[in-house]
Design a protein. Structure first.
Length: 174
């Protein structure tokens, strides 16, 4: 069920990113007329969670200062499942790192890269889905050109653990 929701979200948001700029601007203008800006909506037992990107309240992610997040469901510090929108400045590189939990990201805008190291890192544009298993060392970041925005889902307490790059062994006397 969660994968279906993620896939539908990715398809919807991908379609929005390729829409004509005029139609996107008109849609945002209409949305602002009917919503309160800078408020992250909270779901209730009787109402669905619905929001636009303009309504989100962005906060610096304490575990990774180069990233901002807007909580949707749950709390990434609680140890329970959560969902968030994430935003990263163009040109940001996170280097080698890992997380204690599995994470899933759906790219909405920008060009995000990820891989087990820089040599194997691939670029992922809008609509791409990335699943990083727990404790897998990897690199990630946002390519220069435009900021990256993505939907992020975690299965427990989020952490960011930098991993030192391996250096070639030097032989004695060299």
């Amino acid at each position: 069920m969660n994968r279906l929701i993620v896939m539908l979200l990715a398809a919807t948001l991908s379609a929005a990113t390729v829409a004509k700029p005029q139609s996107v601007a008109k849609t945002r203008q209409r949305a602002r007329q009917h919503t309160t800006p800078n408020v992250t909506p909270k779901p209730t037992k009787k109402a669905p969670l619905m929001f636009s990107l303009d309504e989100l309240k962005w906060v610096v992610l304490p575990e990774n200062k180069g990233m901002q997040f807007a909580p949707l469901t749950g709390d990434h510090r609680s140890g329970r499942p959560y969902t968030e929108m994430r935003r990263v400045a163009a040109g940001t590189d996170h280097g080698l790192h890992m997380h204690s939990i599995e994470i899933t990201d759906v790219i909405i805008s920008g060009l995000w890269y990820a891989g087990t190291d820089m040599a194997s890192a691939r670029d992922f544009g809008p609509g791409s889905v990335i699943v990083i298993p727990a404790n897998v060392v990897h690199v990630s970041g946002c390519r220069p050109g435009s900021d990256c925005v993505f939907y992020h889902q975690g299965k427990g307490r989020f952490d960011f653990k930098p991993v030192p790059a391996k250096t070639p062994n030097k032989k004695p006397g060299n």
